[in-house]
Design a protein around this ligand. Sequence first.
Ligand code: PLP
Length: 436
Amino acid sequence: MTSNTDLNDALMARARLVIPGGVNSPVRAFRAVGGTPRFVQRAHGAYFWDANDQRYIDYIGSWGPMILGHGHPAVLEAVRKAAEQGFSFGAPTEREIELAEEILSLVPSMEMVRLVSSGTEAGMSAIRLARGATGRDKIIKFEGCYHGHADALLVKAGSGLATFGNPTSAGVPPEVVQHTLVLEYNNVAQLEEAFAEHGPAIAGLIMEPIAGNMNFVRASVEFTRRCRELCTQHGALLIYDEVMTGCRVALGSAQSVYAQAIPGFEPDITVMGKVIGGGMPLAAFGGKRSVMEQLAPLGPVYQAGTLSGNPVATACGLATLREIKRPGFFESLSAKTQRLVDGLKTVAAEEGVPFVADCQGGMFGFFLLPTLPQNYTEVMKSNGEHFNQLFHALLDRGVYIAPALYEAGFVSGAHSDADIDATLDAAREAFRELPK
Ligand code: PLP
């Protein structure tokens, strides 16, 4: 298979004239890996087709939401029916209650939930809620974790030292992030120091329990336990950002995986997105009733949205959740993902490429490293040049993975054994081409 990007090139040239960088979200631009982004024409099941009608096995799935694959019949039908009944009302609907009930039944640490339209909005609102509920200002986040592009969360640590962050983006005044403390992921000693120094001022700690924005890095059980204990001890709220992992790594989300290792474990607030909207703009944040009742119109913490709980998006999310709850769905999804990851490891070993990989449920990650990284600094030791080569070698063979080495991958219910076999064949050739 040869790559033929002419129609994609033409669309990119046209897009660049009217959309900054030609894209509506930066990583789509292929800046890290070079080359021309594929403009998607249509998608079905585990595949999408680009402007040249070239087919790709899709391991991004809209960066997570498409857990059933594209165009699942039950979801399509629900969306079609909802659209015929009306696009948006700005008034409550029964479907919002149904989706809220469904989410709470899957993630029982949430006693109440509010629906919003994006993960960014959900994360930003969760932080405001934590600050409003505790009457404190400071927030802990971890380097390499992404929580959307709200000003106060666009910070990373400049070094491995605990420091109040500098904004990662232009346009964010330093005053806005002065209360955001950025720590190293999986570093228990640093966490303890931060609480010892700032404990009474800390409103909340926000973390990705499995960090999918530095590829795929698990929080260790000990780190997870200490995050919970220190928040409880100091009266801070533990916020799990499960926008990516929610209903993706397990039906009960990442917190259900950690609860198996730490009995009784649960966060105070959970931020959800992606899968719960099934590919429509829908996200949510929820938690303990006493905390959630601080939100307007009950409490003093303001939060609102014209399109929040949108009737078409809620229909899409609800149909998606009902499908993934079917007996055997997650077992089958997990087995497929494991088969892909094991196969990649075997092929890489046979081709003499340093390679490690990990997965949980329908989410996976891999690194061109000898051992699995534990934090952002270690992730960034992965060979970027080799990754870019690998990315293009796979793309040329019709396999579409994330165009950056710090992004996770996603398998859907629509991926077949044959798709995984084809991926492994492509990977073998791609690994073989890498410089040794
Ligand atoms: N939180 C996490 C963990 C994410 O992965 C993302 C997006 O990838 C967000 C928040 C932001 O969500 P959105 O892109 O819907 O604003």
